[in-house]
Write a protein that binds this ligand. Structure first.
Ligand code: PLP
Length: 436
């Protein structure tokens, strides 16, 4: 199979719509990863989704391993969420004023995420990390932040440095339009590298307001934190009076109901949330220690606002999703079918003599076409991305929709069945044979 799809599936309508989209929107998309730069070829245009499945505009059906990049942990159109959204839409689209749904969602977040005592709702993960950084700076009176190469925290100017795919160069922005001025206070750490972190703090400790990190990385493919790394993040920040910001936009309510901080026993000062917290609608949130959060306007002086923040329809989707997760936790089931996928892919790749490393935490997983176990950006970026592109299209042509980049984790939902997983493994076995 070629690296851009082939005759196994008709995608004429997709191609027509995308050709038009390219005239209307930059690159034809509203977020760059969707344009398939990581695998080549035209993106697939979707029409609807149900449970674990996507249906494109040509009527092709796919098993979905993206789940909108994380939010759809219950699968698409879970009846409880659909019902909550319909009922909310009957009452109001937006108040721009307090409503009781905000209390309910805030209480759920505070109950479920161990370190959150007080929370502010925003509209995206980017807004959450941007605001958390501002609060950390306002609280400490310091300017510096540490982020790790290959970690992505949304398109916040000061965090758009070494964000997932660029070289890990200190303070050099990833994007035109991000000025050196906005990134000069950003220090780049190496994920899982404790001596390097100690060195950063030895040099700049008194200027650093916060360290922000992905507690399981999803944005360079799935990369797992070492226990020593997690321990030293907490110890070093505490010692130097800096805040620890755990970016759980991807891992929150995903790797456990209390996120990675519950799974690993991390005690951050601030946590950022997105994706699942909105059940597929646009919500983000940041929260943590009450004494820190009380610095946010109007309780304190750190400015942060939003016309649509706490939107009643979005909060309804979030509430229904979190209540469903709390009442009927899918995590054991997710672990079981995700382990099934991991084992099957490993078996078939080995059988076909394809060098590979599979990383997984719960229902986040990446198959790296590499012989090196990734633990930071340097090791993760050694993967064979051309081979990944062929793998991606081989599976797409067999009705399986994987992340359109080697450097994105896949997500499994509670709607996936063991039969979906077996079908995926069988198709992967066919594709591996074409790659050898
Ligand atoms: N933080 C992490 C860990 C993410 O994975 C993402 C998005 O993928 C973001 C922040 C940004 O969230 P959003 O795309 O909702 O702005």
């Amino acid at each position: 199979s070629t690296a851009s799809g082939n005759a196994r599936m008709n995608r004429e309508k997709s191609q027509q719509i995308f050709a038009k989209a390219k005239q209307l929107m930059p690159g034809g998309v509203n977020s760059p990863a969707r344009a398939f730069g990581g695998v080549g070829g035209d993106p697939i245009v979707f029409d609807r989704a149900e449970g674990a499945y996507l249906y494109d505009v040509d009527g092709n059906k796919y098993i979905d391993y993206i789940g909108s990049w994380g939010p759809m942990i219950l699968g698409h159109r879970h009846p409880r969420v659909v019902d909550a959204v319909k009922r909310a839409a009957d009452r109001a689209f937006s108040f721009g004023a307090p409503s009781v749904g905000e209390n309910i969602l805030a209480q759920l977040i505070i109950d479920l995420v161990p370190s959150i005592e007080m929370v502010r709702l925003v509209n995206s993960g980017t807004e959450a990390t941007m605001s958390a950084i501002r609060v950390a700076r306002g609280f400490t009176g310091r300017a510096g932040i540490v982020k790790f190469a290959g970690n992505y925290h949304g398109h916040v100017d000061s965090l758009l440095v070494a964000a997932g795919s660029a070289a890990a160069t200190l303070g050099v922005p990833n994007s035109p339009g991000v000025t050196p001025g906005t990134t000069q206070d950003t220090h780049i750490g190496r994920y899982n590298d404790v001596p390097h972190l100690e060195q950063l703090f030895a040099q700049h400790g008194s200027e650093i307001a916060a360290v922000i990190f992905e507690p399981v990385v999803g944005n360079m493919g799935c990369v797992i934190p070492s226990p020593e790394f997690l321990r030293s993040l907490r110890e070093i920040t505490r010692k130097h009076g800096a805040l620890l910001i755990c970016d759980e936009v991807m891992t929150g309510f995903r790797v456990s109901i209390g996120g990675a901080q519950q799974l690993y026993g991390i005690e951050p000062d601030l946590t950022t949330l997105g994706k699942i917290v909105g059940g597929g609608m646009p919500i983000g949130a940041y929260g943590g220690r009450a004494d820190v959060m009380k610095h946010v306007l109007p309780a304190g002086k750190v400015f942060q606002a939003g016309t649509l923040s706490g939107n009643p329809i979005a909060t309804a989707a979030g509430i229904a999703t979190l209540e469903q997760l709390r009442e009927t936790p899918p995590y054991e089931y997710l672990e079981k079918i995700s382990a099934q996928l991991e084992a099957g892919l490993a078996r078939e790749a080995t059988q076909a003599n394809i060098p590979h490393v599979i990383t997984r935490v719960g229902s986040m997983l990446t198959l790296f076409f590499s012989s090196v176990r990734p633990q930071d950006w340097e090791t993760a970026s050694q993967s064979n991305t051309a081979r990944y592109a062929s793998y991606f299209w081989g599976l797409a042509d067999r009705g399986i929709y994987m992340p359109c980049s080697q450097y994105e984790a896949l997500f499994i939902s509670a709607a996936h069945t063991p039969e979906d997983i077996e079908a995926t493994i069988r198709s992967a076995a066919e594709v591996f044979k074409t790659l050898a």
